[in-house]
Ligand binder design. Structure first.
Ligand code: PLP
Length: 408
């Protein structure tokens, strides 16, 4: 979302990065090659965490474990921690700390938000969704439309390029919400928020951006992009399982979330149903410290080399089809492939048996899989890298995909 500078990008110290992640030392015994390191190539499903994240969560439980808004030291320390991590999240996604809401995960936060929009949407109104989104940015809006009598319109996905057809961004004075992704968890496509925001602004609609897949790959700036609401999931950016919503504090104050009567009536706490997972919030702070230390520009530059390597390698494999953007720009190092003669599930199992862990199926990206005609064939195999992967990890995946040509 942020404009990148054209000066030379900082180089990522990959050894230093990898040393932070204890899980990257995991090995398995591969029947063919003996003991090999695990390649965690399911980053879009969840990334590994740093030792700092583990330490922060443990320290919280050992020294601060308490509920919020009490008068004793562990409780006031918990409140201070939450505020400190809100500031870090705000710096990471772009926005104000008072607009940061913590939740169980992105899906839960989005459903919660969708209920708060019930009073803003009525019969005959329209909601705009895209065919590129994960279902967490689709189902809550379909349900909102059903509850309120609104209609859902769709932005089409070009199955060849793996990019949204911007000509199908169709809004009217009845449009109340424009929901779009910052990047696709299925195809790796990065989406520019500008046309969605411009369309929404032209008719006074709210914008909601699913930044779950983008967060570990693309610098975000919700406020600069003028997006009203943005959600992401720290477990996809090297933190623990949790969700985060960022919004303008005034908008959060205007909307009416479901809440119990004694819970705070002002501020982001008003949106956090029940007690937050404070130990997870401690971990989120440590994950963001890690990213701030290495810097997103270095992350982006390193991921570009991984992307280039994979795209060049997969282009040599006639029996493997890449679905989604074939060019290295405007995409993350997340690749959906199908392999001639092998079902996606079979490919994922074959790779897992050799220590390469990937996902297969639709990964809840129901609309993209339908648009690409893959829904009835078991979806695709998703291979996803992040900044802690090495070129040799990419090569290993490519070599195993090449092996699958035998017997096809
Ligand atoms: C793009 C995208 N959006 C939303 C979600 C849902 O996130 P969560 O698991 O935090 O509910 C995911 C999870 O895979 C995702 O990849």
């Amino acid at each position: 979302m942020r404009r990148m500078t054209t000066t030379a990008a900082p180089v990522l110290d990959l050894d230093a990065v990898r040393a932070r992640f204890p899980a990257l030392a995991q090995t398995v015994v591969d029947g063919a090659d003996g003991e090999v390191p695990v390649v965690h190539a399911d980053a879009p499903g969840g990334t590994q965490v740093t030792a700092g994240v583990i330490a922060a969560m443990t320290a919280y439980l050992q020294t601060m474990n308490a509920n919020s808004h009490g008068c004793f030291p562990a409780s006031t320390a918990t409140d201070a921690l939450v505020e400190a991590v809100r500031r870090k999240v705000a710096a990471f996604v772009g926005g104000q700390p008072e607009g940061v809401v913590f939740g169980a995960n992105m899906t839960t936060l989005t459903w919660h938000l969708s209920h708060a929009l019930d009073t803003r949407v009525g019969p005959g109104d329209e909601l705009l969704c895209t065919r590129l989104d994960h279902d967490a940015n689709v189902s809550p809006w379909l349900a909102l439309a059903e509850r309120t009598g609104a209609t859902v319109r769709w932005v089409a996905l070009d199955p060849v390029t793996g990019r949204l057809d911007l000509d199908t961004i169709d809004v009217s004075d009845r449009t109340r919400l424009v929901a779009f992704p910052a990047a696709s968890n299925a195809l790796g496509t990065v989406v520019d928020p500008a046309p969605f925001v411009a369309a929404a602004r032209s008719v006074g609609a709210l914008t909601f951006c699913d930044a779950v897949h983008a967060a570990p790959h693309v610098p975000l700036d919700r406020a600069a992009a003028d997006v009203d609401l943005l959600a992401c999931s720290p477990y996809k950016f090297f933190g623990p399982h949790a969700g985060v919503l960022s919004a303008d504090p005034d908008l959060l104050a205007e909307l009416r979330p479901d809440k119990v009567r004694p819970a705070p009536d002002i501020g982001p706490d008003r949106w956090q149903t029940g007690t937050a997972a404070f130990e997870a919030i401690a971990g989120v702070g440590a994950a963001l410290d890690h990213l701030a230390e290495f810097g997103m520009e270095a992350v982006v530059a390193h991921e570009r080399t991984l992307t280039r390597r994979f795209l060049a390698g997969v282009a040599q494999l006639d029996h493997v089809t890449l679905h989604g953007p074939a060019e290295e720009h405007g995409r993350t190092p997340t690749f959906a492939v199908t392999v001639r003669g092998h079902a996606p599930d079979e490919v994922a199992r074959a790779l897992a048996a050799r220590g390469v862990w990937v996902w297969s199926g639709d990964y809840y990206a129901v609309e993209p899989m339908r648009a690409l005609g893959l829904a009835d064939g078991g979806g695709a195999v998703r291979i996803g890298f992040v900044h802690y992967h090495r070129l040799e990890d990419v090569d290993r995946v490519l070599a195993l995909l090449a092996d699958l040509d035998r017997g096809a």
